[in-house]
Design a binder for this molecule. Structure first.
Ligand code: OGA
Ligand code: MN
Length: 294
C-alpha cells in the first residue's frame, strides 16, 4: 500500500474551485508520476469529486498510463456506443467530427447532453471518467457538474422518505438523447418497467468515502421506480430530477486546450451545452471500472 503524501510533500498544487465541487490541479508530474503521486491525487479527488488538470499537454498514451494507475479500464460497449478509437480500445472519442464516409467519428455530436452519470444502465457503471480536450469550439460546449452528495443532503424530508430503500429501473433501450441504442429494438409497449434494464438504488453509498448520494442515471422519461404504482413514480421522479441542477450544487467547466477533467460517477452528475455544428470539438475519454451501486 502506497504511503500518502501530505500537503507539504505533494508534487502538485491543488486549488479548490470555490464552487460546490471541483479542484484544480496544477503541475501534476505526468512525465514521471509514482504510486505516491497517484494516491495523493486520489485523496484530493475523493474529497472534491471532480479534478481539473490544467495545461497538461499530454498525449493519448500518457492519458492511458495515468488512467491505468487508478484501476481496470472499462471496455466501452461497442454495440451500444459510437466513438470507438481506431487504434486504442481504452479511449472513447467524444466528438462531432465525421469520418470520410460521413458517419460519426465520435459520440455525443454537437447537441446539448442532459444531466446523467456515465453508462448508468450497466450493472457496474464506471467509477471515474477522464475527459481530455484536444480541439475546442470557439464558444459553447461547456460541461457542468453537480454534487449528488449535496443533492441528497438537501433533499426535502418527504422526498427523502419516499425514496429510502427504493430503486429505479433503468431501461437499456433508449439512450440519453431519446434514440434507440445500437443493437437494440424498441419494445412495442410503453410499460418501461418491463423493458430490459438494470435496477439501481436511488440513494447510493459511495464505496470509498461511505457518503450517501442521489443516483438518478439518465433518460428520465423512461424511468420507473421499482415496486411503486406508475402514478406515484411519475410524481416522485420529476421532483428528483428538478432537484439535480440547482445552481448551489453545480460547477461549470469552461474548457481550455489541454484541460483534463476527472469526475466520480458515484457522486457526480454532468451535462453539456450545445455548440456550433460548424465548429469542431474533439475530446478523448477513458473510464475506470466501478462497483455495483449499493
Ligand atoms: C462524457 C460526456 C460531456 C462533454 O464524455 O461522458 O458526457 O462535455 N461528455 O463532452
Ligand atoms: Mn457523460
Amino acid at each position: 500500500m502506497a504511503t500518502q503524501l501530505d500537503m507539504t510533500t505533494r508534487r502538485f498544487r491543488a486549488v479548490p474551485t470555490g464552487g460546490a465541487l471541483g479542484c484544480d490541479i496544477f503541475g501534476f508530474p505526468f512525465g514521471d508520476f509514482s504510486p505516491d503521486d497517484i494516491s495523493a491525487m486520489r485523496q484530493v479527488w475523493l474529497a472534491h469529486q471532480v479534478l481539473r488538470f490544467r495545461e497538461t499537454a499530454i498525449d493519448d498514451d500518457t492519458q492511458i498510463r495515468f488512467s491505468s494507475m487508478l484501476g481496470p479500464f472499462v471496455v466501452h460497449p461497442r454495440q451500444m456506443q459510437q466513438g470507438q478509437h481506431g487504434r486504442r480500445g481504452q479511449i472513447l472519442v467524444i466528438s462531432n467530427k465525421k469520418k470520410p464516409d460521413g458517419t460519426p467519428a465520435g459520440d455525443l455530436g454537437d447537441g446539448e447532453v442532459n444531466w446523467h452519470t456515465d453508462t448508468w444502465f450497466k450493472e457496474r457503471p464506471p467509477s471515474a471518467s477522464i475527459l481530455r480536450a484536444i480541439e475546442l469550439p470557439p464558444a459553447g460546449g461547456n460541461t457542468q457538474f453537480a454534487s449528488m452528495y449535496r443533492a441528497y443532503d438537501t433533499l426535502p424530508a418527504e422526498l427523502k422518505k419516499a425514496v429510502a430503500g427504493r430503486a429505479i429501473h433503468h431501461q437499456t433501450v433508449i439512450d440519453g438523447r431519446g434514440d434507440v441504442r445500437l443493437g437494440m429494438t424498441r419494445p412495442d409497449n410503453e410499460d418501461y418497467a418491463t423493458w430490459p434494464g438494470v435496477d439501481h438504488p436511488i440513494v447510493r453509498t459511495h464505496g470509498e468515502t461511505g457518503r450517501k448520494g442521489l443516483y438518478l442515471g439518465g433518460s428520465p422519461k423512461y424511468q420507473t421506480i421499482v415496486g411503486l404504482p406508475t402514478d406515484e413514480s411519475r410524481e416522485i421522479l420529476p421532483a428528483l430530477w428538478r432537484h439535480v441542477g440547482r445552481p448551489e450544487q453545480v460547477w461549470t467547466q469552461v474548457w481550455s486546450p489541454g484541460d483534463m477533467v476527472m469526475w466520480d460517477n458515484r457522486c457526480v452528475m454532468h451535462r453539456r451545452d450545445r455548440f456550433d455544428p460548424a465548429a469542431i470539438r474533439l475530446m478523448h475519454r477513458t473510464a475506470l471500472e466501478g462497483e455495483r451501486p449499493h
